[in-house]
Design a protein around this ligand. Structure first.
Ligand SMILES: Cc1ncc(COP(=O)(O)O)c(C=O)c1O
Length: 417
């Protein structure tokens, strides 16, 4: 294995490669291959960017067909056929059938850029600068998004002050704390030192924060709090949208309609870069070009994204994700959580976390190393990295899913012994 080029010339900022120090070559479905021909089960899924599987054959075929026609690849935000078809399919097959009504803003191709756009637009609409975000959240690494992200390690890298955000304790943090009442007090109390926010931004399930689902009731309560106070609700569905939680949008389970939704990762179909903001029409107060960027129109991402919508609907991916999620829940409850009463299992759909924090946060890192030795790729999340995160591509078949889970169970037993 030759890693000289990386070690000599690539910045030390590189990170995932430190946990998975192999040189990868190919990937299909839920399997990744390295240069030496070893195969790995993927329970990491490009941090949610390849929900529909590596090289999903239907999506790949559409990309190959498009490339073979000399179709335009780069067009900034000019009108193109792939963009028209992406918009039409997203609106007609995904957004409207769910009783939602959004315009689409195309951003620079990363999730963090969509977050930047959403908070700028919230500030523009309300004339307020403050934003409420929850402790434990992750919203990206550019300055605006980083001001929301709560992880200190990431924030310390900013080298600048990160302002205009108030971090609210997540509902799981302090037993007995009524978080809605707390937020209401912050904005009502003339001695709270906190100004009324333009928006509340939230993941419905904090992913990097340690697989922390918020309850349906809490999501509805935040919606109601926002309505009551004239505050915008932004849902960050970058990681847990695109069917990950068992419905296309993660917030569908609560029956709420956020004012804005930010999406990236799997919205590009097959790991192609794309990021969007879905926004209620009345919020569309931008001036032309006011949020700009050269790569707001990757045609291959539009092709792959549109193909992914067709494919997920044809293959009932939402229901399949929920079914496979039950397999994960049942297996881990029986084979892993039963090992120690201090272990906690959280998740839904095909995003799950085993929390080792009450035993020893370092265990999760030891276990992912053992898993990698057994050719399973999975990652840590949460406070002190104490949560082992399980996030396979949604296309994974039951047999491979079980094989991966068995590797985790064996590695956990060994680590706890
Ligand atoms: C919930 C959430 N928001 C925003 C981002 C930032 O996306 P990107 O890494 O594409 O900038 C991520 C990335 O992991 C994420 O999980």
């Amino acid at each position: 294995m030759n890693t000289n080029a990386f070690e000599t010339y690539e910045s030390v900022v590189r990170s995932y490669c430190r946990h998975f120090p192999k040189v990868f070559t190919e990937a299909t479905g839920a399997v990744i291959k390295d240069e030496d021909g070893q195969e790995y089960i993927d329970f990491f899924c490009g941090a949610g960017a390849v929900n529909y599987g590596h090289n999903n054959p239907y999506i790949k075929q559409k990309l190959v067909e498009y490339l073979s026609t000399d179709g335009i690849i780069h067009a900034l935000d000019m009108y193109t056929v792939p963009k028209r078809e992406f918009i039409e399919t997203l609106e007609e097959k995904i957004i409207k059938p769910r009783g939602l009504d959004y315009k689409i803003q195309f951003c620079g191709p990363t999730g963090t850029n969509a977050v930047e756009a959403a908070i700028k637009l919230a500030r523009k609409n309300t004339g307020r600068s403050n934003i409420f975000a929850f402790m434990g959240c992750f919203h990206g690494m550019t300055l605006g998004a980083l001001s929301l992200t709560s992880e200190m390690y990431a924030r310390n890298g900013a080298g600048a002050s990160l302002n205009d955000v108030t971090h609210i304790p997540a509902p799981y943090m302090f037993e007995g704390l009524d978080v809605i009442e707390y937020m209401q007090t912050l904005i009502d109390d003339d001695h709270s030192a906190v100004s009324k926010p333009a928006a509340v931004i939230m993941e419905t399930l904090q992913a990097e924060g340690g697989i922390r689902p918020f309850t349906d009731e809490f999501l509805r309560d935040v919606r109601e709090f926002c309505d009551r106070n004239g505050i915008l609700m932004i849902v960050d569905d970058i990681q847990v949208g695109c069917c990950r939680c068992g419905t296309f949008f993660s917030f569908e389970r609560a029956g709420i309609k956020p004012d804005m939704v930010v999406m990236s990762k799997s919205i590009g179909g097959m790991g192609m870069p794309l990021a969007i903001v879905l926004l209620k029409e009345e919020l569309d107060k931008w001036k032309p070009g006011e949020h700009n960027g050269t790569f707001r129109g990757n045609q291959l991402s539009f092709i792959a994204g549109k193909a992914s919508f067709e494919w997920l609907l044809k293959n009932d991916v939402e229901a399949e994700t929920r079914r496979k999620g039950e397999i994960v829940r049942e297996f881990l409850t029986k084979e892993v959580i039963s090992l120690d009463s201090r272990l906690e299992l959280r998740g839904m759909g095909l995003i799950w976390g085993i929390d080792f924090g009450k035993i020893n946060p370092e265990l999760s890192e030891q276990i992912i190393e053992k898993c990698f030795e057994q050719n399973l790729i999975c990652e840590c999340a949460g406070r002190n990295g104490a949560v082992l995160k399980i996030m396979p591509p949604l296309v994974i078949d039951d047999e491979l899913l079980m094989k991966g889970l068995e590797i985790i169970a064996a590695a956990t037993k060994e680590a706890l012994a």
